[in-house]
Design a binder for this molecule. Structure first.
Ligand code: ATP
Ligand code: MG
Length: 259
């Protein structure tokens, strides 16, 4: 299948008195439509990997080397304008939900269209009718019923806030969804509901999805391909069909070398 993301010899070093090499020579080839779970213990580099893909690590003045090709374009060489354009195709979902509490559920979803609608009109609450319709549909798609769309986001549960985050990402019509520990703050039942939404979107719309998870149970249950990181290196990369359930936890989280 066609490659949507080619990560070659990617290294990321955070500066400081003692610089931290968070990723070292990472190579990954992701095909369009894949559903990849990135696993690894705390500090293995999962967040850094996702944040490198849309160059968020630059906010931490990280030194990034290698190349990241998204649809054949080198993300690391993109100008500011090109980067904005690249980012508009990537939906990013965080552990901490990132909804604006004082705004309505609907307006939160609509902020996913900022790149197309423009900041000013959105601040004035002037969204085109078609976008408003799309937002209602995106919210319903993630299981937030119409009567709740006017509620303030502050009134939602954690699981509902995360669903609004997904709806907002969907409003971008993303080609790639990156989710960094999206269910880490949720109880097990809600975590499964949210993971099933990611699964459904991937299967029904074919949107390439990369999700960081630290829970081995969820990783094994939902990953169609599992990439294991350890101390910034890829030590495991297998399709679910080739994974040995018995040894997989030890391979990824254990003290051995894995793979
Ligand atoms: N802004 C930063 N400045 C300096 N070092 C950082 C920064 N962010 C992460 N690191 C370091 O880089 C390494 C990888 O961190 P990263 O957050 O990518 O790991 P992670 O796998 O996402 O961990 P967790 O499961 O705890 O979220 C760690 O050693 C971490 O301490
Ligand atoms: Mg992390």
């Amino acid at each position: 299948m066609k490659s949507i993301l080619s990560i070659r010899n990617l290294s990321v070093v955070y500066p400081g008195v003692r610089p931290v090499t968070a990723l070292e020579n990472v190579n990954l080839e992701i095909s369009a439509g894949e559903f990849v779970v990135v696993a690894g213990v705390s500090g293995s580099g999962k967040s850094t990997l996702l944040r490198a893909i849309n160059r968020l690590v630059e906010n931490d003045r990280a030194r990034v080397t290698g190349s990241i090709l998204f649809d054949g374009k080198d993300v690391l060489k993109a100008s500011r304008r090109e980067l904005r354009e690249l980012r508009s195709h990537i939906g990013f979902i965080f552990q901490e939900y990132n909804v604006v509490e004082r705004l309505s559920v609907l307006t939160n979803a609509l902020t996913g269209t900022l790149a197309t609608v423009g900041t000013w009109s959105s601040l004035l609450g002037r969204f085109p009718k078609a976008q408003v319709e799309l937002a209602h549909r995106a919210l319903e798609r993630v299981g937030i019923p119409l009567p709740r769309h006017g509620d303030r986001a502050a009134r939602l549960s954690g699981g509902q806030k995360q669903r609004v985050g997904i709806a907002r990402a969907l409003m971008q019509k993303p080609r790639l969804i990156l989710a960094d520990e999206p269910v880490a703050s949720l109880d097990p039942i809600t975590a499964n509901i949210v993971m099933n939404i990611f699964k459904k979107i991937n299967e029904e719309e074919g949107i390439t999805t990369i999700i960081n998870l630290h829970d081995p149970v969820l990783t094994f249950k939902y990953g169609k391909r599992i990439v294991g990181l350890k101390q910034g290196r890829v030590i495991y990369d297998k399709p679910i069909t080739a994974i040995n359930r018995e040894t997989f936890e030890e391979d990824i989280y254990g003290s051995g070398d894995g793979a």
